[in-house]
Design a protein around this ligand. Structure first.
Ligand SMILES: Cc1cc2nc3c(=O)[nH]c(=O)nc-3n(C[C@H](O)[C@H](O)[C@H](O)COP(=O)(O)O)c2cc1C
Length: 199
């Protein structure tokens, strides 16, 4: 599914977004729009060159070993069924990976941080190390982890700039999270970011 085009201008300054950013752990049930989801995914991994392939976050060797999965609850994003969607940055689209509301299971895999299941959207940032270790060997793993941090901060600031709020979660059982997400084992989850309106 093609997502709405991202906006390149906003009302909140970068300085303000940085100043007010906080990890939020309590969300309202208000649904997000497809435009908001599109904007968040663009900030994470969107293509930012008109004729090129480079993305919103830096990547060692421009090898882009990361994927973003959007875990969407039932009635949580206008125009989207509940499920897990894989982000396809090349054409700003998403594809359905699993058609179930797994928010509770995701929160359960994150050491039962049940607050996460209130968020309409959880963005899961994964790394596929083989895309980067071919060039950089074991050091590529470090580079992918650093890249996850860049992506996470972009999501934080983009959420803040749209009047939304985000959390960040690194405490989870890797195996369990991979299982409940039903994603390929080579995609290792590094961060989960719940996003929504702050309660
Ligand atoms: C890599 C990483 C992992 C984190 N994991 C969790 C987590 O599992 N659960 C949680 O509630 N907060 C988590 N946090 C959020 C931190 O607790 C939070 O960033 C810190 O308290 C500073 O607050 P602030 O982000 O509001 O400035 C994590 C932050 C980072 C950077």
């Amino acid at each position: 599914m093609r997502l709405p085009d991202p906006q390149y201008e906003g009302d909140v300054s970068l300085e303000k977004a940085i100043r007010v950013r906080r990890t939020v752990r309590s969300f309202e049930g208000t649904a997000l729009s497809l435009r908001q989801v599109s904007q968040l995914l663009w900030s994470a991994q969107g293509i930012t060159e008109p004729e090129g392939f480079k993305r919103a976050a830096p990547s060692a060797g421009a090898l882009y070993p990361m994927d973003i999965y959007a875990v969407v609850g039932a009635g949580c994003v206008e125009g989207l069924e509940a499920g897990i969607y894989h982000s396809e940055p090349e054409d700003q689209s998403i594809s359905l990976a699993r058609g179930e509301d797994v928010r509770r299971d995701v929160a359960g895999a994150c050491l039962r941080q049940t607050w996460m299941a209130q968020a309409p959207l959880n963005l899961v940032i994964t790394a596929e190390y083989r895309r980067i270790t071919g060039k950089y060997g074991q050091r590529g793993i470090r580079y992918a982890m650093i890249e996850a941090g860049h992506i996470g901060q972009n999501i934080f600031l983009q959420a803040q700039a749209m009047g939304l709020a985000a959390g960040i979660v690194g405490a989870f059982d890797d195996e369990k999270l991979i299982r409940v997400m039903g994603i390929t084992k080579t995609h290792e989850p590094l961060l989960v970011m719940p996003v929504g309106y702050k309660r």
